[in-house]
Design a protein around this ligand. Structure first.
Ligand code: SAH
Length: 220
């Protein structure tokens, strides 16, 4: 990919990205490393070229297969909430989509394992990571609600699609002290929830209303 495409021109330029970062800051995102990733990850290469000029609006956009790239505020909020409480070695992401969230997160942790149920999205996301020189991500085509047993336990799990109740397998694959960020609920009534695993119990905090596509069992 050419340097110009990565850097962006016009509506995808540095100034446009600065405006997005400023807006996220005003909305309460405080983690400087997360804001720096939002500034540096070229979101326009994750969407269709025709939508490139809208890539730095704080909105979800279609990526094909009936799925969307997450809204930058949500990506920032989830990443920040996952990182609160210390450095992370081994993170599981469920719902790779186009890989934008993966690209924001990966350089902030040691390893990312990411699962997506729609195979062509994995192929595309893998290609984007290569273009960005991100090498600490392992991809899998599968049902992420079952977790990824062979690479568990995880100290962070981030779910980008909403189940009706928390998948037990994900809680099971969390280390003690680990955090699971997951939107829970039916469409139109979802909350972002952070579970923190303790020795004898699991803490649950609600981080406010959100809107995600549903988590679907099986693969496609
Ligand atoms: N964060 C992503 C967007 C994710 S959209 C980005 O930045 O692009 C949610 C994704 O979750 C979709 O791609 C959808 O196919 C996937 N998904 C839904 N249910 C799933 C499941 N059970 N396992 C894995 N992926 C799933």
């Amino acid at each position: 990919m050419s340097d110009t495409r990565l850097a962006g021109i016009g509506m995808t330029s540095a100034r446009t990205r600065d405006r997005l970062v400023q807006r996220l800051r005003e909305q309460g995102i405080a983690n400087a490393a997360v804001l720096e990733r939002i500034r540096n990850v070229p979101r326009h290469i994750f969407v269709d070229e025709a939508l490139g000029s809208r890539a730095y609006e704080d909105t979800a956009l279609p990526i094909g297969f009936g799925q969307t790239i997450s809204q930058p505020f949500i990506v920032a909020r989830m990443t920040e909430a996952l990182l609160e409480g210390g450095a992370l070695e081994n993170v599981l992401e469920v719902g790779t989509g186009c890989g934008y969230q993966t690209a924001v997160l990966a350089p902030l942790v040691q390893h990312v394992h990411t699962i997506e149920r729609i195979e062509p999205l994995i192929t595309r996301a893998r290609q984007r990571m290569k273009e960005l020189g991100i090498r600490n991500v392992r991809f899998r085509h599968g049902d992420g609600s079952l977790g990824w047993k062979t690479h568990a336990p995880f100290d962070g799990i981030l779910v980008a699609a909403a189940p009706l109740t928390v998948p037990e397998a994900l809680l099971k694959q969390l280390k003690v002290g680990g955090r699971l960020l997951v939107p829970i609920g039916a469409e139109g009534a979802q909350h972002l929830v952070r579970f923190t695993k303790r020795e004898q119990r699991v803490e649950r905090e609600s981080l406010g209303p959100v809107a995600f596509v549903p988590l679907i069992g099986g693969v496609s």
